[in-house]
Design a protein around this ligand. Structure first.
Ligand code: AOF
Ligand code: ZN
Length: 390
């Protein structure tokens, strides 16, 4: 396989970057294809785009197959630009390498190698073995990785990508002392959270939140602020429910809790022995986790979500105790904080539950990645900064 930078391209392939950018855009427009990666594909012949495709959901056509179906006969002799190495295995659908070969595609340009060991390098080998040139357009590697942070982390580390969502007032409070907390943030911010849920394979919360707020934590596709094209593009992912996960060391989740009553599957991690005749409905699975300081081990939960439940991206929507525990354990990849421009006062509950910090050197530090206004609120996206090692 040849690896080329954009500045090494010649006259004949000068339009590859534009078309690869489009393939990546098509992949980005996929809210989720969990447990599969987001993938986009563009077919070009004589400088003209003759087919576009994306992978809408697991079990549906892969991006290459959708693009080939769009192009029909014209695919013969075309260049396929794909945001990910084409697959060479039969999973829920057949190998894309076979589909590309059968259609008579002349060359394949990719932005990245598939980290799935079933495919990794084998897709390229299958195409090259059949005499098709494969080029890795290396300048797009970073963009291609950024589309699928969870899929890549799960394949490489056996852990999902963890985003922790929090909502607070301008003075860093989440609820009044009496617990009243509903609708701190605006309707626009809540619709934005729905978008985060839609991207996620699972939503994780704690028993404290279930008992205090009785949230559904479900996806309500109709509440997302999407243009009609994006809505059509994502029809399948908007109709699904992310797995809802409760960390419940002592198995106190009420069988009648809203999180259970809402459509979709629920997973409860506990450190108690799983009762033989559980009192929960069929959409609930209880998993016995290993203990960490007499509670459910967060590391265990994340490993289990990745390996047993194929979760790519996980959204933690929990109270201050569990959110703080995830952060202190170094298990959070991204913090998403919605700030409502109002003051709740110092009697109200604080966003985090971190005590015992003795000096500034003990602070838990983040880097701001993004800052947006969402409705009347502010949304800050942060990533943890690893402490410097002396
Ligand atoms: C591609 N194009 O659009 C996607 C790929 O079970 P399946 O058939 O859906 O296969 C899932 C695997 O296929 C997934 O783990 C990843 O390796 C690859 N995804 N490959 O050529 C696509 N979505
Ligand atoms: Zn495929």
């Amino acid at each position: 396989m040849q690896t080329l930078s954009n500045n090494e391209l010649n006259e004949a392939n000068i339009d590859w970057p534009v078309n690869m950018r489009r393939a990546i855009e098509l992949a980005c427009n996929v809210i989720t294809a969990t447990p599969n990666p987001r993938v986009g594909c563009v077919l070009v012949k004589d400088g003209v785009v003759i087919g576009e495709g994306w992978h809408a959901a697991a079990g549906e056509d892969h991006a290459e197959v959708m693009a080939l179906n769009n192009a029909g006969e014209r695919a013969h002799g075309a260049t396929a630009l794909v945001s990910l190495e084409p697959c060479s295995h039969t999973g829920r659908t057949g190998p894309c390498t076979d589909a590309l070969l059968e259609a008579g595609v002349a060359e394949v340009v990719i932005a990245g190698i598939d980290p799935d060991p079933k495919v990794s390098g084998k897709g390229v080998a299958a195409l090259e073995g059949a005499g098709i040139a494969v080029v890795h357009l290396v300048d797009f590697e970073g963009a291609a990785r950024a589309i699928n942070p969870g899929y890549i982390k799960r394949q490489q580390l056996g852990l999902p990508y963890v985003c922790c969502k929090l909502a607070m007032s301008l003075d860093g409070r989440t609820a009044l002392a009496n617990g009243e907390s509903k609708w701190i943030s605006s309707a626009a911010a809540r619709a934005d959270v729905q978008k985060q849920r839609a991207r996620s394979s699972a939503i994780v919360t704690g028993i404290g939140t279930v008992l205090a707020d009785d949230p559904s934590l479900n996806l309500r596709g109709e509440e997302l602020d999407l243009d009609p094209e994006s809505r059509a593009h994502n029809k399948m992912s908007l109709a699904r429910q992310p797995l809802r996960v409760v960390l419940d060391s002592h198995l106190r989740t009420p069988a009648a809790a809203r999180i259970i009553a809402a459509d979709g599957e629920v997973l409860i991690y506990t450190v108690k022995a799983v009762p033989k005749d559980q009192a929960f409905p069929d959409n609930v699975e209880v998993v016995r986790a290993t203990k960490a300081a007499s509670r459910v081990s967060l590391q265990f939960v994340l490993e289990s979500l990745a390996s047993k439940f194929a979760c790519n991206e996980v959204l933690v929507e929990a109270g201050s105790t569990l959110s703080s525990a995830f952060i202190q354990a170094g298990l959070v990849d991204e913090l998403l904080v919605y700030i409502a421009p109002r003051l709740l006062g110092s009697d109200a509950k604080a966003l985090f539950d971190l005590t015992g910090l003795q000096s500034l050197a003990d602070s838990v530090d983040f880097e701001v990645k993004d800052l947006d206004k969402v409705g009347g609120d502010i949304r800050v996206t942060l990533v943890p900064v690893c402490p410097a090692v002396d």
